[in-house]
Design a protein around this ligand. Structure first.
Ligand code: UDX
Ligand code: UDX
Length: 460
């Protein structure tokens, strides 16, 4: 007797594939879920007590399901042969070479995976695009999968993942929506319904929406572009606030109370990071240019320009306020992750800031509760004058300035009196996340530079 109702495979055990499949396994004991990856070290970590990614609540879910109906393996071929449904969650970074370099999605892993599925499959399968992809990628996938003209049928679905890092477990448990795009043919709709049935084990039916496959692929790019656009919009206003003595927090609150606008995702900051926003907007821009839609491409590209500008002006502000020289000054960076509650540093604004400060010949001390391992990799080869100290009190000792890069909660309640005493005077704090009590810090003695608010300095 077959022990499981269906065998689900996921190719790519990353930040998206790992947590998503763990949740499916956790919620659906009737399915066997196997996650495979070409990277054996990563698979070993998924099978150990130290998971390769830090995500609140993930350890519990993995421990609960692993070995029962959740398995991690490097045997991709066996996984393909045994599966009924294959999720593809391999990475699709920005192309670094040839046509579209720096803009288009690099689909080489994607295509290799499609060919591997075709070579190994011995029975019909549903293929689910989990990775974020350019609109129309499913057509390429279908063309590869039908290139052998065999009797095996492949139905390709688009099921983009909307989870955000740091809140992935909750986002997966209670998603705003699950989107499934399919061909509107009889077999496309049958495949779509099979996937919907999996999610319906825990997601209310009215939150599972379906569409044609192209709308689904495009919706994911557009959702990320809209989210990033909100951050660039508020950040563009933050600089105006600094010039006009307005306060970005008050402006965002007043604007966000309009129910048509909404209050979420309006935190002015050092800028957005993460593996998705920049990559997906560049991809959107590239697609628009490809179709000759230059005005549309320029519009979305400006979201990235503002994000770059926000980071550049942060460092320039540090330089000019600290008397136009940072050489040999010790600067402590609070937070290296691209956001709180993750160890991920991909596209983190902290990388840009650190590199620029190194160019200015500053000495850096980097502090972060989860991201120091990645920070070391990011600054490999240029970190002669960089030290990595997890404890923020120790990290700040003897520094001229603190720069807050990540909104970790722990930075809100530090003993700033003690920190101030241990620093070189005049002591500066540049808050790229607006998470500390600026007035209190000013009263302690700091010269305080928030984002999008008047600075508080003791200089006459
Ligand atoms: C990435 C992108 O960031 C996201 O936009 C996209 O939607 C899916 O891919 P993420 O899970 O964060 O998401 O990527 P990453 O953590 O790099 O994981 C991808 C995994 O795929 C890696 O573990 C890599 O080893 C694996 N992989 C890659 C394969 O198993 N086979 C390949 O051919 C290529
Ligand atoms: C994002 C999308 O939110 C998610 O739906 C998609 O699946 C993947 O991309 P992620 O990049 O993991 O998720 O995190 P997110 O919470 O969106 O934050 C992205 C960046 O924007 C972070 O650097 C964050 O600090 C920054 N941000 C977010 C702000 O600067 N201000 C805000 O108000 C919100």
């Amino acid at each position: 007797m077959k022990k499981f109702k269906k065998n689900i495979l996921c190719i790519g055990a990353g930040y998206v594939g790992g947590p998503t499949m763990a949740m499916i396994a956790y919620k659906c004991p009737q399915y066997k879920v196997t996650i495979v990856d070409i990277n054996p070290a990563r698979i070993d970590e998924w099978n150990s007590d130290n998971l390769p990614i830090y995500e609140p609540g993930l350890d519990e879910i993995v421990k609960e399901a692993r070995g029962k109906n959740l398995f991690f393996s490097t045997d991709i071929e066996k996984g393909i042969i045994e599966s009924d449904i294959i999720f593809v969650s391999v990475n699709t970074p920005t192309k670094t070479f040839g046509v579209g370099a720096g803009m288009a999605a690099d689909l080489q892993y994607w295509e290799k995976t499609a060919r591997q599925i075709l070579d190994c499959a011995k029975s019909s399968k549903i293929i689910v695009e989990k990775s974020t992809l350019p609109v129309k990628t499913a057509r390429a996938m279908e063309r590869i999968l039908t290139s052998k003209n065999s009797k095996i049928q492949f139905d390709v679905l688009s099921n983009p993942e909307f989870l955000a890092e740091g809140t992935a477990v909750n986002d997966l448990k209670n998603p705003d929506r699950v989107l499934v795009g399919s061909r509107l043919t009889k077999s496309g709709i049958k495949a779509r319904d099979e996937l919907v049935e999996i999610y319906a084990n825990w997601v209310p039916r009215d939150r599972i929406i379906t569409s044609d496959i192209w709308s689904s692929e495009l919706s994911k790019l557009v959702a990320n572009a809209f989210l990033a656009q909100r951050i660039s919009s508020i950040n563009a206003i933050s600089v105006l606030c600094e010039k006009t003595d307005a306060d970005i927090t008050d402006v965002a609150a007043a604007v966000g109370l309009d129910s048509r606008i909404g209050s979420k995702f309006l935190n002015a900051s050092i800028g957005f990071g993460g593996s998705c926003f920049k990559k997906d907007i560049l991809n959107l821009v590239y697609i628009c240019r490809n179709y000759g839609l230059y005005e549309v491409a320029d519009y979305w590209e400006s979201v990235i320009r503002i994000n770059d500008y926000q980071q550049k002006r942060f460092v320039l502000n540090m330089l000019t306020t600290m008397f136009n020289t940072l050489a040999e000054k010790k600067i402590c960076i609070f937070g290296f992750a691209f956001k709180a509650d993750t160890g991920d540093t991909r596209e983190s604004p902290a990388i840009y800031v650190a590199k620029r400060l190194i160019e200015e010949k500053a000495e850096l001390v980097i502090s972060d509760p989860k991201a120091l391992k990645n920070a070391k990799k990011d600054l490999d080869g240029i970190d002669e004058n960089v030290s990595y100290i997890e404890d923020p009190h120790k990290a700040a000792k003897g520094s001229h300035a603190i720069a807050i890069m990540t909104e970790w909660n722990l930075y809100r309640d530090l003993d700033f009196e003690k920190i101030y005493k241990s620093m070189i005077k005049p002591a500066f704090i540049f808050d790229g996340r607006n998470i500390v009590d600026h007035k209190k810090l000013y009263e302690i003695g700091f010269n305080v530079f928030p984002t999008g608010k008047p600075s508080l300095t003791h200089f006459k």
